[in-house]
Design a protein around this ligand. Structure first.
Ligand SMILES: [Zn+2]
Length: 310
């Protein structure tokens, strides 16, 4: 949705409230005090954010349990921010959002983005990927800090690819739909990165039984050659071949998703700590999974109003 369409749709804050309330309570609501069921929405007349129960005469906030809970901002700002996040292909920084919305504080803009990412992360693909999937890993993180700068020494440049000190992210793409699920894969207790078990558990989260799994030649994928609970069919791709034979054996779909994630990390966010990396990965996956912003916009508002606040 572009800016003209947005302000045509939401000329006042009440329109934004009505949109959020009708998305959250599309089947009516239950009064938290007396348990009375209301099929029609009754707003409190002096505060449209509050709903009213005409049985026990009590009122309660319609925004409880949503990402908009406790906000004092105009709800149009929230909806506008959601729209901006969805149409910015490589993401949007807190500072940029602050400028776009004319907010005084950076913290407020940053909190908004965090909650929008949280809503994006609540989407689930559990046991829905089928037929052919590709799995691959990438490494995200900045250059190492110049720890010994005062001695004139600079720590070694971080390696690229396997063996790097960066944080691994594992992604699974369903070939037919292009849907992606990605997870930050922190080292296990023994400090081992990307163990076979870890990779298998990520596949098990989203894939149905008898799915064909395309991988590269990382030795941990060898676990798929043995017996697995979901009877995966494993196809290993030889990347020393410089071209694809046109037989569909490749992991190009997931690799192009990594390219978008990496450009966003380098160009917009610059540095993401391993602790918060999953939130950013969720944001990129959500955008890749919902490529039509107008449909995604309504879907995301739905997730934001249904998900509990972290
Ligand atoms: Zn009541």
């Amino acid at each position: 949705m572009n800016q003209f369409e947005f302000f045509e749709k939401f000329p006042t804050e009440d329109d934004a409230i009505d949109f959020i309330v009708s998305t959250k309570y599309k089947d009516g609501y239950v009064c938290p005090k007396c348990g009375c069921v209301h099929h029609k929405i009754y707003h409190q007349h002096y505060n449209r954010r509050n709903l009213y129960c005409n049985n026990c005469k009590s009122e309660f906030s319609a925004l409880t349990g949503t990402i908009f809970e406790h906000t004092h901002l105009d709800l149009r700002m929230w909806l506008f921010a959601i729209n901006l996040v969805l149409i910015a292909r490589k993401g949007i920084s807190g500072l940029q959002l602050q400028r776009e919305l004319g907010m005084v504080s950076y913290k407020g803009a940053f909190r908004m983005l965090k909650l929008i990412r949280y809503a994006m992360g609540t989407e689930t693909h559990r046991d829905t990927f089928e037929a052919i999937v590709e799995i691959d890993e990438t490494y995200v993180g900045g250059k190492p800090r110049k720890e010994n700068k005062h001695n004139g020494k600079v720590s070694k440049k971080s390696k690229r690819g396997r063996g790097t000190s960066k944080t691994p992210v594992v992604g699974v793409v369903e070939r037919s739909s292009g849907r992606i699920y990605a997870k930050v894969a922190l080292p296990n207790k023994e400090g081992k990165k990307l163990s076979g078990k870890q990779l298998l558990s990520i596949l098990d989260e989203v894939c149905k039984s008898n799915t064909t799994v395309m991988t590269d030649q990382l030795s941990s994928y060898g676990i798929l050659d043995g017996k697995t609970d979901r009877k995966y069919i494993h196809i290993k791709i030889d990347h020393s071949m410089t071209y694809s034979l046109g037989d569909g054996k490749h992991t190009n779909t997931i690799e192009s998703c990594w390219a978008i994630l990496k450009r966003g990390v380098y160009g917009i966010y610059h540095h993401i700590s391993a602790r918060h990396l999953q939130e950013y990965v969720d944001e990129f996956c959500y955008r890749l999974n919902h490529r039509q912003p107008d449909i995604a916009w309504k879907h995301l508002v739905g997730l934001g109003v249904c998900g509990a606040v972290a």
